[in-house]
Design a protein around this ligand. Structure first.
Ligand code: AMX
Length: 436
């Protein structure tokens, strides 16, 4: 058994009785009440999911296993010679809740390395797509095509015991995660670099190997690590995480679940927003003939966008009520590594002008920037200018969190998800007191 799997098993043995006790002895205790606006309004804020992997505080932002983003970036073991934690160490931490040693990190890196060969038929499938296909479609389809490899799907047919489901999901997660950098980089180089593919390098960690296969010099390895860590998890209720959880609750395997969560991530109100930010900024840049706008000029662009009935991409959040710490971490990276990048100057200007305008408009509950306001600018600076690819990068990161959550959902034997729906008439009866 690998180091990570053994540690995970030790944790599962401790955690299972907690969930069983809650269910058996306290199953009828009420946690929350539900209003009509929550029912109609996308189940907003209804407390109905459990996860110990991350918790989103409206003010402090995301905490991974209890640690804020600055604490994660500071405390996790760094890649030798770098500033950022390794993705391998971060995944160990997400999955087990324990800080990995350097040996633990090494062992996860070896585990990923031994599983990372992408089957030839996946490459053929990627190549079979029409050239103008969206990279998210290619990415989700490539993952879907590997479903035939699922350990869980095979073991389930052989009457796998319920308490061992997590083990097969773990195997699928590790096999899948290990291949994501190569699949994504392959799609990128095929679509945007005339198919000039760069092979993986076994000596490199997850982030550095991705940078290498993208064909981008340092410090893009650090960008990759930061990006994947920041985008990994954001509680269970966001569209991608929730979709993954829901699909896997029917015991669909990890390939079905991760490809489904990517389809949810591809929407403009979720993962596609980073693409929208760059598209919108390019519009401003073109209109300004590449000159940095003055504060007044930028205000006018923002107001014009709102007048056209559009949202300002990269601002606002369903849960957060302050600046997203994921935005702040990336902004600090920009200030250190790319202070003179013109697009960074655009986003700095937006940070100044957008919140007061959204506050004045009075609709958005959170006028502050979210993760997407900054992430595309860094990619752009290092040469990834094809912004429709940005959601694929988000997807690699998000897969780390969703896989962790799904493994734990199986470990704790969470059942099939099945909320109840009502008709509009039933809601009216409750509202008007006519429910006889
Ligand atoms: N610009 C203009 N209007 C905004 C706005 C923004 N950035 N953010 C919210 N609003 C508007 C909403 O459209 C809504 O208007 P409506 O009542 O006419 O429909 C009103 O303010 C209230 O919305 P809310 O409760 O504050 O936000 P929400 O929870 O419904 O939506 C979000 C959250 C992120 C979809 C929204 O803020 C938005 O559209 N932002 C821009 C797109 C974006 O950056 N998405 C990325 C989110 C992070 C991620 O998942 N990657």
């Amino acid at each position: 058994m690998s180091v990570l799997k053994k540690k995970l098993y030790e944790k599962i043995v401790i955690e299972r009785p907690r969930t069983e006790k809650l269910l058996k002895e306290f199953g009828n205790v009420k946690v929350d009440e539900v209003t009509i606006s929550q029912i109609i309004g996308g189940m907003r804020d209804i407390k109905s999911l459990v996860t110990d992997i991350s918790y989103l505080d409206p003010l402090d932002g995301i905490r991974f296993r209890g640690l804020t983003i600055p604490q994660v970036l500071e405390n996790l073991p760094k890649v030798s010679g770098g500033e950022m934690p390794s993705v391998e160490g971060f995944f160990y931490f997400l999955l087990t809740g324990e800080m990995p040693t350097d040996e633990d990190v090494d062992s996860v890196q070896k585990e990923f390395n031994s599983r990372k060969k992408v089957p030839d038929y996946v490459i053929d499938i990627i190549h079979a797509f029409p050239k103008d296909s969206h990279p998210m479609t290619m990415f989700a389809s490539a993952i879907m095509s590997m479903q035939r490899e699922s350990v869980f799907a095979k073991e389930y047919k052989k009457n796998l015991k319920k308490n061992d489901y997590w083990d097969a999901y773990y195997e699928d997660a590790m096999n899948l995660l290990a291949k994501l950098p190569e699949i994504a980089a392959h799609i990128y180089r095929l679509k945007y670099r005339d198919g000039d593919i760069i092979s993986a390098d076994d000596k490199l960690d997850f982030g550095a190997n991705f940078a290498h296969m993208m064909g981008i010099e340092k410090p893009y390895d650090e960008v990759a690590r930061l990006y994947f860590i920041l985008h990994s998890d954001h509680e269970s209720g966001n569209v991608s995480a929730h979709t993954g959880h829901l699909v896997a609750s029917s015991l669909s395997d990890m390939y079905y679940a991760i490809s489904a969560m990517l389809n949810g991530l591809a929407g403009p109100l979720h993962g596609l927003a980073n693409e929208e930010v760059l598209r919108w900024l390019q519009g401003v840049k073109t209109a300004m003939c590449d000159k940095i706008p003055t504060e007044e000029e930028m205000k006018k662009f923002v107001r014009d966008t709102l007048k056209e009935g559009q949202v300002i991409p990269g601002f606002g959040h369903a849960v957060l009520r302050r600046t997203d710490p994921r935005y702040t971490a990336q902004r600090e990276f920009c200030m250190k590594h790319l202070p003179d990048e013109p697009l960074f100057q655009y986003t700095s200007l937006l940070l100044k002008v957008v919140p007061p305008i959204l506050l004045e408009q009075g609709k958005a509950k959170n006028p502050w920037p979210n993760v997407d306001a900054q992430s595309g600018v860094i990619q752009w600076h290092y040469g990834v200018k094809e912004y429709e690819f940005y959601t694929v990068l988000f997807g690699i990161g998000r897969a780390l969190g969703v896989c962790s959550n799904i493994i734990w959902a199986r470990a704790l034997n969470y059942p099939l998800e099945r909320p109840k729906s009502l008709t509009t008439k039933m809601l009216e009866d409750v509202a008007f007191g006519t429910n006889q």
